[in-house]
Design a protein around this ligand. Structure first.
Ligand SMILES: [Zn+2]
Length: 138
């Protein structure tokens, strides 16, 4: 099975689950975050994974570009701009975090950055502080 087929199978399976467990999901989403264990576990995994990535670059858990440190605003950037391929191979979210924590996925080509910096690089090929007002208006 190719990575693309695996991803599609996972998407189909998730969609089917969401359709057949609508009420369960609705109830789950009403839970306050303090007892929303899945979210707490995800955040713990995220923090652990970010600590490992930051060690590779000798920095704190913050955006390497602008310094944003709110963990909810941070994401993982791919230094070689190969995020799409990487997601197909190593998955996303908790799966990706677990692979980083267990050492299956090495972190040399990863960096911590904020969503702003990550999205601007994706859409404009530059970081926010490099983009002129004229470029934003295009
Ligand atoms: Zn940033």
């Amino acid at each position: 099975m190719t990575p693309e087929e695996k991803l599609q199978r996972k998407k189909d399976s998730s969609k089917k689950y969401r359709e057949t467990h609508k009420n369960k999901i609705k109830e789950y989403n009403k839970l306050p975050t303090t007892i929303n264990n899945r979210q707490n576990n995800r955040n713990k995994l995220k923090k652990q994974a970010y600590e490992i990535i930051s060690n590779y670059h000798n920095s704190e858990i913050k955006c390497w570009r602008c310094g944003e440190s709110l963990i909810e605003a941070l994401t993982i950037g791919h230094i070689n701009n190969d995020g799409k391929q990487d997601r197909l191979v190593h998955g996303t979210g908790e799966t990706f975090f677990r692979k980083i924590i267990s050492g299956i996925r090495s972190c040399e080509n990863l960096k911590i950055e904020c969503f702003n910096c990550n999205c601007c690089l994706e859409n404009y090929g530059k970081y926010p502080d490099e983009i002129t007002e004229e470029e934003f208006l295009l």
